[in-house]
Design a protein around this ligand. Structure first.
Ligand code: FAD
Ligand code: NAD
Length: 158
């Protein structure tokens, strides 16, 4: 099947937008991701899916910890930065949660420890046990739909 057809179809599933963060030897690395799911309540598990070409892949394998930072609408530029869509260097402020770096100001931050790894096709699924989380009320999440950033309130392309 044509890849573009697959992506068009998958793009009809509206999602939020996250930045995955981790750290190796003191270097913090972030990557934009929308492949994320809550998996289990007891124990509390989530899953992310990382492409085989992403620099993030080996970093999570090494650290065995990652954080999921769920973005608000006013963080679209951060999403573009960590997806490599903004070709500039920026000094991004990070906080820490359970000793995992998180994006300062992300309304939801979820720190995880990898409990299993599954290579599936050209992606690797990392199931993470939630070790701590922090969240603030967010009425304006950043959304991704049909390959474009959008918002809950108006449905308008940002
Ligand atoms: P790199 O290309 O190495 O880094 C990405 C960018 O982040 C670079 O510009 C880098 O300079 C910057 N950066 C990294 N760390 C820092 C730091 N500490 N301070 C400042 N800047 C930093 N891919 C997936 O595999 N899974 C997904 O679920 C997924 N979902 C996506 C959803 C959306 C909405 C978008 C737009 C893209 C998505 N991608 C996903 C694609 C993915 O974000 C890009 O392919 C990404 O560039 C690959 O990450 P990388 O680890 O190779 O990062
Ligand atoms: P797009 O039209 O490629 O995205 C629409 C949907 O297709 C996404 O929400 C996702 O569900 C799916 N998709 C896209 N690329 C995929 C991949 N490599 N593996 C599995 N599913 C994928 O949107 P776009 O604006 O062209 O995306 C910008 C860039 O980000 C592209 O390079 C795209 O490949 C990448 N991206 C990757 C993933 C992923 O790896 N899971 C998800 C979203 C976007």
């Amino acid at each position: 099947m044509d890849e573009r057809k697959f992506r068009y179809a998958m793009g009809n599933f509206a999602t939020g937008v996250n930045i995955i963060t981790t750290e190796v030897d003191g270097d913090i690395h972030g990557m934009t991701a929308n492949a994320f799911m809550s998996v289990s309540l007891d124990p509390k598990l989530v899953v992310i899916s990382i492409g085989e070409k992403a620099n993030m892949l080996e970093k999570i394998r090494k650290n065995k910890k990652y954080a999921v930072n769920i973005l608000s609408q006013n963080q679209k530029e951060l999403s573009m930065l960590f997806a490599g869509q903004l070709k500039e260097e920026r000094d991004v402020p990070f906080d820490r949660l359970a000793d995992v770096p998180v994006i300062a100001g992300a309304p939801t931050q979820i720190a995880c420890e990898v409990v299993s790894e599954h290579v599936e096709g050209d992606h690797t699924l990392f199931v993470g046990k939630v070790i701590d989380l922090h969240f603030e009320e967010c009425t304006n999440p950043l959304l991704f739909y049909q390959g474009k950033y959008t918002s809950l309130a108006t449905g308008a392309v940002l």
